[in-house]
Design a protein around this ligand. Structure first.
Ligand code: PEP
Length: 251
C-alpha cells in the first residue's frame, strides 16, 4: 500500500521565528500513521533548527533544492552531503520555479536525483506542463519525457523510493486546480511510464503526488483518485492549521 505524502513547500517565505512557530504548532499533531507522511520543505537557513525540532517526531524536513556535487567551487550552493549531515531526509528537485528562473534542466534534475540517492536523501522530483503545452495536447508526451530523463540511471529500487510530483505549471499559485480526474489521468500515465522503464512492481510502489493550488477544500477529492498519492502544496502549507488539515486528509 502506498502512503499519501503531504509536503508543504514554503518556497522563499517566513523568517526564522515564523518557521519555528509553525513547527512548534504542528509537531505534536502530525499523526503517526501508516497512511500518511508529512514533510515541510523549508529554506536552507532554517533546516538546522527545524531538523532539531523534528527529531523523533512524525514530521520530516526537506530542502527545496541542492547541487549535485558533493563539494567544491560552487559559490552559493548547498550539497547533498551537507543536507544529509544536518539530518534532512528529503529534497525537492526540478520545481518549475527552479526550471523557469534558475535554468534547471532535465539533465541537472537527473544529476541531482542520482546524487540524492547516493547520499541517502529521498528526492521529490517535480514535472509538469505549461498552459501552452496543455492546450497543444503535449501534456502526456512532455511529462513522459521529463520523468524518463529524471529517472535515468536509477535502479528499480531507487525509482520505487522516488516521490514524483506532477505539478501543472498553470495550476501553481494561481488558484486554478486541475480537475481531480485530469490530474489522475496524468498521474496514471506517469505510473505507466515508470512501469515501462522499470517493472510493474516498481510502478505500484512509486508515490506520485499532485501539486497546484491544493487546499483543504479540494485535497480529499484529489487523494481519493486511484493514482494520486499525496500533494505538494505551496500557499496552503504556510499556515499551520491548514497544513495539518491537509495531513489529516491524507491519514
Ligand atoms: C508548489 O509550490 O509546488 C505549489 C504547488 O504551490 P501552490 O500550492 O501554491 O499552487
Amino acid at each position: 500500500m502506498r502512503k499519501n505524502v503531504i509536503a508543504g513547500n514554503w518556497k522563499m517565505n517566513k523568517v526564522l521565528s515564523e518557521a519555528n512557530e509553525f513547527v512548534d504548532a504542528v509537531i505534536e499533531k502530525v499523526p503517526n500513521s501508516d497512511n500518511v507522511e508529512a514533510i515541510v520543505c523549508a529554506p536552507f537557513v532554517y533546516l538546522p533548527s527545524l531538523v532539531e525540532k523534528a527529531k523523533g517526531t512524525n514530521l520530516k524536513v526537506a530542502a527545496q533544492n541542492m547541487h549535485f556535487e558533493e563539494n567544491g567551487a560552487y559559490t552559493g550552493e548547498v550539497s547533498p552531503v551537507m543536507l544529509k549531515d544536518l539530518g534532512v531526509t528529503h529534497v525537492v528537485l526540478g520545481h518549475s520555479e527552479r526550471r523557469e528562473y534558475f535554468a534547471e534542466t532535465d539533465e541537472t534534475v537527473n544529476q541531482k536525483t542520482v546524487a540524492a540517492f547516493k547520499h541517502g536523501l529521498t528526492p521529490i522530483v517535480c514535472v509538469g506542463e505549461t498552459l501552452e503545452q496543455r492546450e497543444a495536447n503535449e501534456t502526456m508526451s512532455l511529462v513522459e519525457d521529463q520523468v524518463k530523463k529524471a529517472l535515468a540511471g536509477l535502479s528499480n529500487e531507487q525509482v520505487a523510493a522516488t516521490i514524483i510530483a506532477y505539478e501543472p505549471i498553470w495550476a501553481i499559485g494561481t488558484g486554478k486546480t486541475a480537475s481531480s480526474e485530469d490530474a489522475n489521468e496524468v498521474c496514471k500515465h506517469i505510473r505507466n511510464v515508470v512501469k515501462e522503464v522499470t517493472s510493474a512492481d516498481t510502478a505500484d510502489k512509486v508515490v506520485i503526488q499532485y501539486g497546484g493550488s491544493v487546499k483543504p477544500a479540494n485535497v480529499e477529492e484529489l487523494l481519493a483518485q486511484s493514482d494520486i498519492d499525496g500533494a505538494l502544496v505551496g500557499g496552503a502549507s504556510l499556515e499551520a492549521e491548514s497544513f495539518l488539515q491537509l495531513v489529516e486528509a491524507g491519514a
